[in-house]
Design a protein around this ligand. Structure first.
Ligand code: PMT
Length: 219
């Protein structure tokens, strides 16, 4: 079913992993497939929103009608969000950006002539926290992927990153979190209220998330 409840609203969705090069042939990344973010972009588009999908490298077809901006590194993702943030109503950070990048990217392929090598890493910008500091009327929706103390850590992220709500993923449960077509989410509000959802398709989780955004925008 298609309706127009988000007509006139501009929503930025970030999706997928970022990658950070180590040398001309190697890079670091993580297991994000982009499925969660792409499902959210599709749902928002179907409800009438103008959608900008800022995506790390994934093997997915973008939903029709969304503006796709492809990025590689966390810094590129940050710059792409920056271009559109001021004019958006909502930023949904479903991406899994790498928190660190190598201090230097080797100009040449790193040789395997040593038994051990050391690579020094430096912190990447925290994209959502940065826009949390400068937001005016925008709704900011974060995600949390943790292997321990998920709800406690997710609650801290709401405050530290100045989010309107956060979607905590149970990444340790079977068929949930990174890569799968299904997910188990808990939505946490700023006042600490938690709402648990059962295992569901990422499309259905996207509907729950967009329903909440829609209610918050129209309140
Ligand atoms: O892509 P899929 O395979 O479908 O999997 C979905 C998912 C598990 C990747 C997704 O639902 C998810 O949880 N994304 C957030 C993963 C993550 O980076 O979590 P975090 O707890 O490290 O980060 C918290 C929040 O800060 C996230 O909204 C993240 O986008 C944001 N962040 C993180 C690091 C960074 N440098 N900048 C950010 O903005």
């Amino acid at each position: 079913l298609t309706n127009d409840e988000l007509k006139g609203r501009k929503i930025i969705v970030t999706a997928g992993p970022t990658i950070e090069p180590l040398d001309p042939v190697r890079y670091m990344t993580n297991h994000s497939s982009g499925k969660m973010g792409y499902a959210i972009a599709k749902e928002a588009k179907q409800r009438g929103a103008e959608v900008i999908l800022i995506s790390g490298p994934v093997n997915l077809e973008p939903p029709s009608g969304v503006e796709l901006i492809k990025v590689n590194t966390t810094e590129e993702m940050h710059n792409a969000v920056e271009k559109h943030f001021e004019s958006c109503d909502v930023l949904v950070k479903a991406a899994a950006p790498l928190d660190y990048r190598p201090v230097t990217v080797s100009k040449n392929k790193i040789k395997k002539d040593k038994a051990e090598i050391e690579i020094k890493f430096t912190r990447n910008p925290d994209i959502v926290a940065c826009f949390g500091k400068m937001k005016k009327n925008q709704l900011l929706v974060g995600f949390a992927a943790e292997t321990e103390n998920l709800i406690e850590n997710a609650k801290k992220k709401i405050v530290n990153k100045n989010l309107d709500f956060i979607v905590a993923n149970n990444i340790l449960a079977e068929n949930a979190g990174f890569k799968y077509d299904t997910n188990i989410i808990t939505i946490i509000d700023r006042d600490g209220t938690t709402t648990d959802y059962p295992l569901m398709k990422k499309e259905d989780a996207a509907r729950v998330i967009i329903d909440k955004i829609s209610v918050m925008l129209n309140c």
